[in-house]
Design a binder for this molecule. Sequence first.
Ligand code: AMP
Ligand code: MG
Length: 593
Amino acid sequence: MSLTTASIPLLGFAAYSGTGKTTLLEKLLPKLNEMGLKVAVIKHAHHNFDIDQEGKDSYRLRKAGASQMLISSRFRNALITETPDEETTCQQLINKLDQTELDLILIEGFKQLPYTKIELHRDEVGKPWIFPEDNNIIAIASDSKAESDLPQMDINDTDVITAFIVEYVKQHQHKQQSDLSANCDELSPAFLSVSQGRAKILEAITPLNSQSNVSLVESINALAAQDILSPINVPQHNNSAMDGYVICGDDLERDSYTVVAEIMAGHSYDLPLQHGEAAKIMTGAPVPKNGNTVIMREQATQKDNQVRFDAGKSGIRKGQNVRLAGEDLAIDQTCVTKGSRITTPEVGMLASLGIASIPVFNKIKVAIFSTGDEVQAPGETQKANSIYDSNRFTLTALLQKIGCEVIDFGIIEDSEAALESTLSQASQQADMILSSGGVSVGDADYIKTILDKLGNINFWRINMRPGRPLAFGHIGDTPFFGLPGNPVAVMVAFLQFVEPALRKLQGEDNWQPETFTAIAKEFIRSRTGRTEYSRGIYSINQNGQMEVVTTGKQGSGILRSMSEANCLIEVQPEVESVDIGQKVTIIPLNSRV
Ligand code: AMP
Ligand code: MG
């Protein structure tokens, strides 16, 4: 989430109307002031409201056309800004506050935004709890008990709530001092946003830079380790783009020409062409000296050794139908730049230059393994309560797709010794290590203990779905990703975090996944506070616009959804749901999975 407050903590209240939000705030504010806190409130009103009154000077001037009306007296001032085109965002409102004069910003409304909140609840309102749906809620104030590990307070005990808020502000100030706040999503301090996670990962990755000379075929899918310059002109000579007749460009005015030669591709006519002469020429054959204009065969009539052109004199343009030497690539022109990937056109182009081998960055070796006692290798007879390991196979395919070498360590039994020896072996042999499973909260703790012991690993919760738990760090010098266990989460986390890291490790600069905007053709349910990736199918409609639907059920274990999808639909944290006809961001998968 991109809402940032610079230095001031934000806190909001999540409640259904009728819970008494404003009444509570009215009681809290004097107490917070008493505790020495200077507090701003941002309130969202759903309806057209008006703050100043008909007949007042400020009202008259605004109605007369002042788009911003600033009124001031000895005790207060107010800026009234008309926003006829677009509602001001919460971030813009925060930016309008004078933060140097504040300790805390309280927000009433904007409940879909992922900032830290206290849930307010009264049984008599008859509404469900909000905290199960909003992971930005850090505490509950209620007149009944909720089934939750969150701190709970009596909604009528304003002293306790005040103390909680004061403590929250203190913690924020303390955290700022230790500069931890830069590590987290400002609004959901326990979480990282997708872009924050990716930025931290990329920061920690250094390209490997080792290179070797390989044959063209071996270079397919690798990255060029140097700029590659053309050793020759392509085409080598000026040549004909048509089957036809070549004449001199300053000799277009004749009724007929004498045919002096027939030049086939791969051959040449070595005499200079004279005025009055033409040579029959095939596509790709070099034009003779002075010959720089070709008339296509279909527009010519040859009788014996005389040729006439149907187009007539005025229909012929000097230089037509001739390809110039070096037109595609001139000698010493860069044809492949350092760090670019050798794909089908590049390998063809390099071959066309007569190049047989090129320097490429060495293939990245990636060690992969799966964890979990319930996980079984395909081919075995299925045991009770087990599932087949799909993650190693999807990871292998994804890795091969971007030209990595896979070292498969198989399924690691749930034991400390096995995990420890696998990790240390993998860190010796590989340039990167990927594991799946075992990093979510509640998983066998020893995985984390061992990772902590062998390396320097962060256990993150990313504000996204699927793929929230993610471990990242280094074992020795080797980057390590602990991916979630769920098969779809593994793929999404790979695409969002591992692939960018691998590409940087390989030597590709500033790679960004391609995104497009498409029109939603169905309602897409989301949840605020995190980036949601639904599997989608995009297509182009009759009007040439890109449209997208989901693949249906979106469970993070449903691999079929990935198979049916040709894109991920990315719904940002602040968006609660996407209506039919609204625009969404899609991430095409065609070339990536
Ligand atoms: P975990 O993150 O270990 O709690 O795993 C989450 C879910 O993913 C569980 O239902 C696991 O059974 C499943 N899972 C874990 N590893 C794999 C794997 N290699 N292949 C398929 N499913 C897996
Ligand atoms: Mg597990």
